[in-house]
Design a protein. Structure first.
Length: 67
């Protein structure tokens, strides 16, 4: 049933768009707490909820250096 609902209401490239958003996510003007929340939200929705080294590296890599 879940698959049928996804097929009916989600665009074909929904998953791809989530991966793009996750890859392009930058802290910029966000506080660390806001960035962390968005990072986890996109990670979970994109199916990358694993706490592996790639996610940790991606998270740390885009934090602002002045913090």
């Amino acid at each position: 049933m879940v698959n049928k609902m996804k097929a009916k209401f989600m665009s074909k490239d929904y998953q791809l768009n989530l991966f793009k958003k996750l890859q392009n996510l930058r802290q910029q003007g966000m506080y660390v707490k806001e960035y962390t929340k968005e990072f986890y939200r996109l990670s979970i929705r994109a199916g990358h909820a694993n706490d592996d080294m790639e996610n940790v590296a991606r998270y740390i890599n885009v934090l602002r250096d002045d913090i």
